[in-house]
Design a protein around this ligand. Structure first.
Ligand code: NAD
Ligand code: ZN
Ligand code: ZN
Length: 361
């Protein structure tokens, strides 16, 4: 029997989100209904609300979530009712060109549920990133469920479903940070701070946090930064060079995604160093730079999509490290809120007051 539950939707461009009744179909082949326990508020939810992703309104928002599998459809083997899972938006297909070349983190045919969740009047919903977890329950593909230790706090481990994974993976997977490296991270929100935590786990010896907000620099220090630079107080590039023996950092991660921060990342590297762009620029942003600088400075210039993660490989590993006390993931949970407070949480996020607000269901 299809079920009626509560869900937070964006009905039209820029309008405040609404808490409404939605209908969840019974799971079809390879589909799973998950009873959501917690879901973080990510910048991307706000981008959906404001029309920055596409125009397929109404959206069912929320995608950084953990919960318990309630029921499964035909052919589901990955999970069973009662399993505690973190949801992901990279259920790789195994068959596209990227998957066949052994680079499944670039998979361009990832799985989502085939059936649609709807409003009470039958209008089909578009779930954010194929998840839609600001809801009591949601419908996903079995590959979007990663089983993890059920004793972990859903509010904390759910964040591995998006922003924290993106930042940690930007350092560990895309940037390939290794022991002894110097790393600088520009922008210390949830994603940048996760990059800092990832750099620490990978054994970086110098980790420089850069932000314009002193509070963010304190949080970055709590997560592993060894040095901080307040970007509003002088030249970022020379400050990074000063902290790295005059050389620049081995890896610089831009977790803001603006032309000026990317340029800082480019010039704050040591020769042949790596730039990782994980912040998401908007379509109108452009860059003008001397081409010879690209040649003479060498190195590699990369972008990081979802931290180049493989959920099945990376999420359980990070949960283990969290439970062993080697990764303070709980520091990303700034506040716990109810399902009717998502619109307020967008304002709090916009004001820079939190790393993550997490909806508890
Ligand atoms: N690549 C991916 O797969 C992926 C996944 C999730 C999020 N993101 C993106 O990562 C970016 C960061 O997300 P977030 O949740 O951490 O956002 P956030 O708003 O919490 O953090 C941004 C931080 O950057 C700082 N900042 C802004 N301008 C700055 C400047 N000029 N110099 C230094 N610091 C500056 C702000 O003070 C803030 O602390 C966003 O663009 C988001 O869309 C990317
Ligand atoms: Zn694929
Ligand atoms: Zn997200």
């Amino acid at each position: 029997m299809p079920q009626q539950v509560r869900g937070v939707i964006a009905r039209s461009k820029g309008a405040p989100v609404e808490l409404v009744d939605i209908t969840i179909p019974d799971p079809g082949p390879r589909e799973v209904v998950v009873d959501i326990q917690a879901c973080g508020v990510c910048h991307t939810d706000l981008t959906y609300r404001d029309g920055g992703i596409n125009d397929e309104y109404p959206f069912l928002l929320g995608h950084e979530a953990a919960g318990v599998v309630e029921s499964v459809g035909a052919g589901v083997t990955a999970v069973a009712p009662g399993d505690f899972v973190v949801l992901n938006w990279r259920a790789v297909c195994g068959e596209c060109r990227a998957c066949r070349r052994g680079r499944p983190w670039y998979c361009f045919d990832t799985h989502n549920a085939a059936q649609k969740m709807t409003l009470a009047d039958g209008t089909e919903l578009t779930p954010a990133l194929g998840i839609g977890a600001f809801a009591d329950k949601t419908l996903v593909h079995e590959g979007q469920c990663t089983k993890v230790d059920p004793s972990s706090d859903p509010a904390v481990v759910g964040l591995l479903g998006c922003g924290v994974m993106a930042g940690m993976g930007a350092a560990m997977n895309t940037g390939n940070v290794s022991r002894g490296d110097s790393v600088a991270v520009i922008g210390c929100g949830g994603v940048g701070d996760a990059a800092i935590a990832g750099a620490r786990l990978a054994g970086a010896s110098t980790i420089i946090a850069i932000d314009r907000d002193a509070k963010k620099l304190q949080w970055a220090t709590d997560l592993g930064a060894t040095h901080t630079i307040n970007a509003s107080e002088g030249d970022v590039v020379s400050a990074v060079q000063e902290l790295t023996g005059g050389f620049g950092a081995d890896v610089v991660i831009d977790a803001v995604g603006r032309p000026e921060t990317w340029k800082q990342a480019f010039y704050a590297r040591d020769l042949a160093g790596t730039v990782v762009l994980v912040g998401v620029p908007t379509p109108e942003m452009t860059l003008e730079m001397p081409l010879v600088d690209f040649f003479s400075r060498g190195g590699s210039l990369k972008s990081s999509w979802y931290g180049d993660c493989l959920p099945e490989r990376d999420i359980p590993m990070l949960v283990d490290l969290y439970q062993q006390g080697r990764l303070p993931l709980e520091l990303f949970v700034s506040e716990r809120i109810t399902l009717d407070a998502v619109e307020q949480a967008f304002a709090t996020m916009h004001a820079g007051e939190v790393l993550r607000s997490v909806v508890i269901l």
